[in-house]
Design a protein around this ligand. Sequence first.
Ligand code: GLA
Length: 393
Amino acid sequence: MKKKLIVFFSVFVFVISFAVSQKFKDLALTPPMGWNSWNCFGPDINEKKVMEIADYMVKTGMRDAGYIYLVIDDGWQAGRDENGNIIVNKKKFPHGIKKLADYVHSKGLKFGIYSDAGRKTCQGLPGSRGYEFQDARTYAKWGVDYLKYDWCYHGKQNSEASYKLMRDALYKAGRPIVFSICEWGTTKPWKWAKDIGHLWRTTEDILDCWDCVNEWGGMGWTLILDKQVGLEIYSGPGHWNDPDMLEVGNGGMTINEYKAHFSMWCMLSAPLMAGNDIRKMTPEIKNILLNKEAIALDQDPLGKQAVKITDTGDYEIWVKELSNNELAVALLNRGESPITTKINWNWVLKKFHRKGNLYKLRDIWKHKFVGSTKEIFKKKVSPHDVIVLRLVR
Ligand code: GLA
């Protein structure tokens, strides 16, 4: 009898703990899209800017193209009150976060915020360590839909346990929130985070350059791209590799370089979080961020990250499997001189078990069909540029 009771009790505890320790399902079934304040404003954010960005997300067509989450990064916090509640910086956000979230929601957007699993954020402001459940309740009350959770000042904390704790806190607070793990890939979150977060950063911070490296951390997007090779098996609907937010439009690269950056993020099924000041977008930048054919590759419901099938140093070919048995192929020139590509499609189709299928080639930047898989594809790719083809049945 006693034994039976113990078994019953253990099963009961197991079922209960499972019911409270899970992430919100059915969120981020395609890579999240939106805007985040960090890459263009750093900690210099305030209510007025965020409201204007919300207005421009509608005005520019960003919202209707799928950029739904407006996320405030580090710099909104001021301290904690005597009860441990997080206090917002009133100089920057005089009407508080709830009011701002309401405004963002009134524009048909979703609202996101930032915190840190350690004692402090990377800007030295209060982190959520020790306040996880309290903060999660506050976010739910404010109407938060997305939480980016950083990894500064974590001391000896275990990463998996720390992120699990906030996942459970969010779940308990009851408001569905996309949970964005920002641990920079240090403890290989792709191996442990599938049931914890909806996306996880795979590297240090992106910089607004082609291939620069910063002494104190951070690198250009092509170097981040290199680090995504091999991670494709970990990414899929509801759990994405995150190579960091977009730098498109921040001024450090040429239009072709931004086009290549955006194309490759779409090939990777990367979360598309714009990081530019969209109040001042040029038509060229708008053309990139709002290219519906590129976005469609990123948002393809199959959710497969592209794999690299050729790398000759300067010239790379990446292939992304799409739903409906289609494929996307990116021809990337990382070098300083033009490269003439010559693709025999039989080889590519065989590799992806689509031999015998006939496809039309859709150039997603020219917005026109440029041939079929019957013929060899011969084209010049400019330096620091890309051609992206969708193989359409
Ligand atoms: C870290 C993150 C960045 C940004 C800053 C904010 O560096 O990786 O994306 O959130 O902190 O301080």
